[in-house]
Design a protein around this ligand. Sequence first.
Ligand code: ZN
Ligand code: ZN
Length: 134
Amino acid sequence: MTDAQCACGALRLTFSEPPQLTALCHCLACQRRTGAPFSANAFYASDCVEVSGRSTEFIRVAESGRSVRMHFCPTCGSTVFWKAEAAPSWIGVAVGAFADPAFAPPSLSVFEQSKHSWVTFDETMEHLQGLPGG
Ligand SMILES: [Zn+2]
Ligand SMILES: [Zn+2]
């Protein structure tokens, strides 16, 4: 399985299992975090992920009041992974950190309420205005 790493390579993740879910997120916080119009996120069971290298934490409090701890490389600034208080057994990983064009496509697209209008996808994924159940 492909490793995920930051732009300079100092922060690296290896995986023993494939992701449980891959999703796009169009929320404004992801837009600011990534600098891109939407984020692509792969979610893994946390016990299948091994982290090597130092990361700095940025804690963001979501609208729900729960925190998300974003881990970025202190040297190059890439946010490679994060842990959400709401889902403690999962680790989210930036799909771009794999630099793998063959990475499995997303099955879900969330927060389409703030999606840029020119961003369009085929209909093979589920589209939500907000979060599942919300
Ligand atoms: Zn780096
Ligand atoms: Zn988001």
